[in-house]
Design a protein around this ligand. Structure first.
Ligand SMILES: [Zn+2]
Length: 322
């Protein structure tokens, strides 16, 4: 888990606990004002806790005694609540997660994140990557029946088979990461063939597995890079450091002299030197990438040892008659 996200989560849990306490206090107030009989029992319960602890310390009582008295009072309080038309747990401690009582952690003395915290963490990463709005783009939701089973010219297999290969490779990679043979992935092929879907499906799987991913369109990357370049700001740092960066739709961004190519080279070079994974999708062929970004950049990607190159081909899925 990433330190800064964990901090954010912990402060969310703090807020939840504070909210729980406010609600508990409000309920107790209401009892005090409106239900004197229950209030008397609640006060008795509090008295027992303190009184018995003193007795235990003085050796005049034991913990079993406290438990017995508490159980008896608890059931009297619950009965009184129900008689008054309130839920039986109205005066019980409030929490959303009974396992960690909204602390986010379980285990003593070694603390471990609670399952609810792990889920919240995944959700937070999904929010950060924008994936929370793309619920359906997962390997589970991948429906190959939507892909034409027609031969692709010059390849010898059908569009569906080609797509299946890409999907299998992507899923295998996402399941194995960080223990992958090729650190990077280049997804190429015309528009509407499902590259972005596969990218999002990989991100979703990685997040499920507790990995940290960022997705940025090439256009967004360029905006961040430009801002860093001109203002000397450090916005690009996160893209340089994130364990898995997914750069979507390379080639769709405007080509600016001295900036686009330089910044892209810088990004790829920095990430490769730190051995961090980059997944790139593009509508351009390797030859077109070369023309647009120079051989210097393409040679960084066109290396079978380090980069898994997956090519999709066929008809634009968005333009098919259904
Ligand atoms: Zn929990």
């Amino acid at each position: 888990m990433r330190e800064e996200l964990l901090k954010e989560l912990e402060s969310r849990y703090d807020a939840i606990r504070a909210e729980n306490e406010r609600e508990e206090a409000a309920r107790r107030d209401r009892i005090r004002r409106e239900f004197p009989e229950i209030e008397a029992l609640a006060e008795e319960r509090e008295g027992i806790v303190f009184g018995t602890i003193r007795k235990i310390l003085d050796g005049k009582s034991d913990a079993a005694d406290l438990t017995r008295q508490m159980a008896s009072l608890n059931s009297r309080i619950e009965e009184a609540l129900v008689r008054s038309g309130l839920p039986s747990d109205y005066l019980s401690p409030i929490y959303r997660c009974p396992v960690c009582r909204d602390t986010g952690y379980t285990g003593d003395p070694v603390k471990e994140p609670c399952e609810c915290m792990k889920r919240a963490y995944q959700q937070l990463v999904r929010e950060k990557t924008g994936l929370d709005k793309k619920e359906a783009e997962t390997f589970e939701a991948y429906d190959e029946s939507l892909i034409p089973d027609e031969p692709v010219k010059g390849i010898g297999i059908t569009q569906r088979q080609l797509s299946r290969i890409a999907r299998e490779q992507c899923e295998k990679w996402a399941d194995a990461y960080p223990d992958v043979q090729q650190r990077d992935i280049l997804l190429t092929g015309g528009s509407g063939l499902g590259k972005t879907f596969l990218m999002h499906a990989m991100a979703a799987r990685l997040i499920e597995r507790g990995q940290y991913v960022l997705i940025a369109s090439a256009y967004t990357f360029l905006q961040i890079a430009r801002k860093s370049y001109f203002d000397g700001t450090n916005g690009i740092q996160e893209l340089l450091d994130v364990p898995v960066l997914m750069l979507d739709d390379l080639g769709s961004e405007p080509l600016m002299q001295n900036i686009t190519v330089e910044q892209l080279f810088y990004l790829i070079n920095e990430r490769q030197s730190k051995n961090l994974s980059t997944v790139i999708s593009t509508n351009l062929t390797l030859q077109e990438l070369r023309e647009r970004y120079t051989e210097r950049i393409v040679s960084r990607l066109n290396s079978p040892k380090n980069c898994l190159i997956l090519t999709l081909a066929g008809r634009d899925l968005r333009k098919l008659e259904r």
